[in-house]
Write a protein that binds this ligand. Structure first.
Ligand SMILES: Cc1cc2nc3c(=O)[nH]c(=O)nc-3n(C[C@H](O)[C@H](O)[C@H](O)COP(=O)(O)OP(=O)(O)OC[C@H]3O[C@@H](n4cnc5c(N)ncnc54)[C@H](O)[C@@H]3O)c2cc1C
Length: 474
């Protein structure tokens, strides 16, 4: 009997992880392993996981690390035989740019939500109104009826007031997916906040068990990992080992259509030049493409096209070490949205990351490498600037925040027009219905649209899709 055939559409980290699972996962291929073909429209595999050589270093163009608490990425790195290339983060904490000054973010926060009045009192730069709001939550908490889901903003604003919501919580939670807390779903992104709100009473008190217990001590699992050659090295190695396992990888080839057929194979997968028969298809593309390819099978799959995706740009800068005054501690600075800019409007930079404090392999004694993040779901101003103008504006803002003198020694702009799906209120229902429809149609969905944004979540999503495809074949 000929082998079953599975096609994976999309060669980002979730599609590659699906192919890894389909080709035998940790154990490798065996007699029942199907033929696996992965089709990627770009020249490169890995989506936003990519590195380049810059300022005598290997620097990531996209994600530079991942959450270590979730097991999926570390497990995959271990299965590739790369555990010794994991690099723990070298610093913790961050500062907030508030009212024209840098303030270290105190401990006792759970994703930006203060868990005691002390945490609020320790935060300089807040107005008396914010402190009164926190006191009120402590002694006379406001009532809030939350239904099945609510926005993070609606919960935090009601309980702790607008200032804490937009100056504290939004920079932290919103920054992860370049979204706005007034739209982002508490159920999908911050379920512990929803639970705490449901419990009633003081939100700060209800969040207390959720707050991390400070920096991990020696020997403990670090909060984040990267890889010694950057996160972009992960898809390269994964693809190399997939090819060794016999997985067919096609780049620079877009899947143009997915058709159901009445034959021993259930699907045909079209590109401009080929048609591949498949028993199961794993669709590991951004939501819009998934909707286009599968929408005709079911309206719940077409609805994936309504999920918006944010874009961002990252400006990497190298300064002479003597030219910057960095805060004493921490991996970077968060800048609340709508922070006024002296020339009018608001600041473009939403965060600064001190790359060489985070990752030892990027450290050089003589200079500092940092990255400025710009862009939000509702702030695409960076698209109006060409690279030179964007660098010039970002450098001005960095000068203000870090009291820097002198010009950068090297600069690099990387734009990601999209890639950060927005989990709006009701996201879980939309995704649940799409997954059920996909399952009925014999399709697996994978990627950062479904089970969490981030590398570990995407890997987990890909591997589950691969395992589910194998179960279908069995
Ligand atoms: C700027 C930025 C910074 C980030 N920082 C971090 C971070 O620090 N830590 C972290 O954990 N996560 C971070 N993330 C999130 C993380 O990168 C994503 O969760 C993850 O890479 C998503 O992988 P994916 O495979 O689901 O999607 P993608 O990487 O988008 O992969 C989908 C692939 O499908 C391909 N494709 C599209 N259409 C077709 C078609 N018709 N045919 C064939 N192929 C197609 C695309 O070319 C793409 O390669 C960041 C994301 C961005 C954009």
């Amino acid at each position: 009997m000929s082998r079953y055939s599975v096609v994976v559409v999309g060669g980002g980290i979730s599609g590659l992880a699906a192919a890894w699972e389909l080709s035998g996962g940790a154990d490798g291929p065996h007699d029942a392993t199907p033929r696996v073909e992965l089709i990627e429209s770009g020249e490169r595999l890995g989506g936003s996981l990519a590195t380049t050589t810059f300022a005598d270093r290997t620097v990531d163009l996209g994600p530079d690390g991942f959450l270590a608490r979730r097991p999926e990425a570390t497990a995959l790195v271990g299965e590739l035989g790369w555990a010794d290339r994991l690099e723990p983060i070298g610093a913790s904490g961050a500062s907030l740019w508030l009212r024209g000054a840098l303030h270290e973010i105190p401990s006792g926060l759970a994703l930006g939500v203060p868990t005691s009045y002390d945490a609020v009192a320790a935060m300089r730069g807040l107005s008396w109104r914010a402190r009164v709001a926190a006191r009120r939550d402590q002694f006379l908490p406001r009532r809030l009826e939350v239904g099945e889901d609510a926005s993070i903003g609606a919960i935090v604003r009601r309980k702790l007031g607008a200032e804490l919501a937009y100056q504290f919580v939004e920079p932290m939670v919103g920054g992860i997916q370049a979204g706005r807390i007034d739209d982002l779903s508490a159920k999908s992104i911050f379920p512990l906040l929803l639970e705490a709100a449901r419990r009633g009473g003081s939100l700060m008190k209800a969040m207390r068990p959720v707050a991390p217990a400070g920096s991990p001590g020696p020997g403990a699992t670090p909060l984040f990992y990267s890889l010694l050659d950057g996160m972009g090295s992960l898809p390269v190695e994964l693809a190399r080992q997939l090819v060794q396992r016999g997985v067919v990888i096609r780049r620079s080839t877009s899947v143009t259509a997915l058709r159901r057929v009445e034959s021993t194979h259930r699907f045909e997968v079209d590109t401009d030049t080929t048609t591949t028969p498949a028993n199961v298809v794993v669709v590991a593309t951004p939501a819009g493409v998934a909707a286009r390819l599968t929408g005709s099978f079911d309206p719940d799959l077409a609805a994936l096209g309504t999920i918006p995706s944010a874009g961002a740009a990252m400006v990497t800068l190298v300064f002479s070490r003597a030219a910057l005054r960095l805060p004493e501690h921490g991996t970077g600075v968060l800048v609340p949205l709508a922070t006024p800019w002296r020339a009018g409007g608001s600041m473009l930079v939403t965060a600064l990351t001190f790359l060489d404090r985070k990752w030892a392999h990027l450290h050089r004694d003589e200079d500092v490498i940092l990255r400025a993040h710009v862009g939000r779901i509702d702030d695409r101003r960076f698209e109006e600037f060409d690279d030179d103008a964007l660098v010039a504006r970002v450098v001005e803002e960095v000068r203000l925040i870090l009291a820097s003198t002198g010009d950068p020694l090297a600069t690099m702009v990387q734009r990601w027009p999209e890639g950060l799906p927005q989990y709006y209120v009701g996201h879980d229902r939309l995704v649940g219905a799409a997954k059920a429809a996909a399952s009925r149609a014999g399709i697996e969905l994978a990627g950062s649209t479904y089970d969490g944004v981030g590398i570990p979540a995407s890997i987990g999503s890909g591997r589950r899709a691969g395992a589910s495809a194998l179960a279908r074949l069995a």
